[in-house]
Design a protein around this ligand. Sequence first.
Ligand code: ATP
Ligand code: MG
Length: 523
Amino acid sequence: MTVGIHPFSAIDYHCNAQSNAIAVADDNSSYTFATLRKNAWQAVNGFKSLGLNSNDRISLICKNRYEVLVLLTAALLGGPVVVPINRRLTRSELSWIIKDAQSQCVVMDIETAELLADIDVATKLTLKDQAITPLNLGLCFSTWLEQQSAARSDIQLAADRDYLQVYTSGTSGFPKGVVLTEGNCVSQLVNVTLSLDVAILPGERMYQALPLFHVGGIFVSLMCLSRGATLILRSDFSPAATQKLISTEKLQHAALVPAMIQACTNLDADTNNSYKSLKSIFYGASPISESVLRAGHQHFNCDFVQIYGMTETHSVISVLGARDHQEIVNSVDSPLLGSAGRPILGTTVKLCNGEGDSVGNGKVGEIRVRSDLVMKEYWNNPEATEESIQDGYLLTGDIGRVDERGYLFVVDRLKDIIVSGGENIASLEVESVLMQHPAVADAAVIGAPHERWGEIVVAILVVNTEVDASDISNFARIYLSGFKIPKCIVFIDCIPRNAGGKILKRKLREIYAQPESTTKAAA
Ligand code: ATP
Ligand code: MG
């Protein structure tokens, strides 16, 4: 007997209740729930007639657009597993992922089609509304879709069936293909919805510019559709366009990352008018500093919900809810400041030392997660899977602590911890202090090798007015112990971040963590 809700059934439910309501509006057009359901089944049937089964992989390389949702929902209905890839990767990175995933078919937009003209895959479908593309690469996706049968079959949950394969951001190493199942998807949708203290209602609309090649964007989009709400999908983010869209279209919800929130707060806003309709902002993917959180609250004047999670858990592990945010903004030093919230329903978090033993309450250790959300495996990489899932727990590679109320605090990534003179320093703690300096607009902190200390703390800053490094050090000294004060401060124009808003510390280390560039400053 099959027990459990199928992840598509919530969307199906809203198709029946409000078939003419808009499910997705992208940069080009709007599509109803009925159209989404029809197109999803057409994709399932079409791929079947191409000989692609539910275990085959299709790579998807395009901007945020409606068709991504068609393929994701088709995958949930037994279509091929979707492998969404960042279209800004280089040609060789794209080819590497397509090959690693053993993709049988690549669906892409026209610019990518030109880039990958000679890639060897069985089928190429291009996302352009023309029958013949300039390169005559194959079929136009929408024309092809319309030719397929829209016949529906029974939908039953196959919890172990793969539907999505997402490559990790590659922040700390080479990207790995994370295999996610229907079971992961349905657990995520149900357990997050039950854990939230804000409601997304049928008929409401959510702004979504997070890239659909990361789980965060995929999860938020599926959650929105499962609630019968409309997804306002954008392929590019700009703070001014976001403000205008929310204000003129009177949107109720928005999904952003901290860097986007910060960019919006730099705009002038008449909060009462610009964001009058806004009920909640969902954010996550990287830590948020206290200054950005407070400025964001003031700017948007709505509920905030923070999500902490990762590709390996189909996105959300814990949620810091709207009421928690109220507690933070209504106090100068709330104990919840810096928290990533409480683990969602059905998710157990434990903190372990290097030997895998639990550390005591309040102590810092590696965050390990047991839940139905945890991926099936790293694709074609049993060694990495075995290293990452031990005794039923996923080793997240993040370190954190849990307070007496069960709130989780992400202290840093294990790989970003700086060890100086035998002391462990969390780069995130130093960053959040530096961000409080009025002249600092953005900050990244890394360790650089040093003969005497092992590593020293290097701060890379973007400032909005001229300021001396000594002024920054003196400010940091008020809040941080001596060994945490940056020994070297570099001013740059822009901190490199990936599409998900994460700081590219590997890149910064290559440039700024060379012994010769810091030894003198630290002597
Ligand atoms: P790779 O694993 O290839 O290095 P990645 O870990 O950056 O890449 P993702 O799975 O996209 O790839 O990111 C998950 C990580 O992002 C988490 O492990 C955590 O370090 C960070 N993160 C996500 N949400 C938050 C949050 N709310 N607060 C702090 N850090 C977060
Ligand atoms: Mg990771």
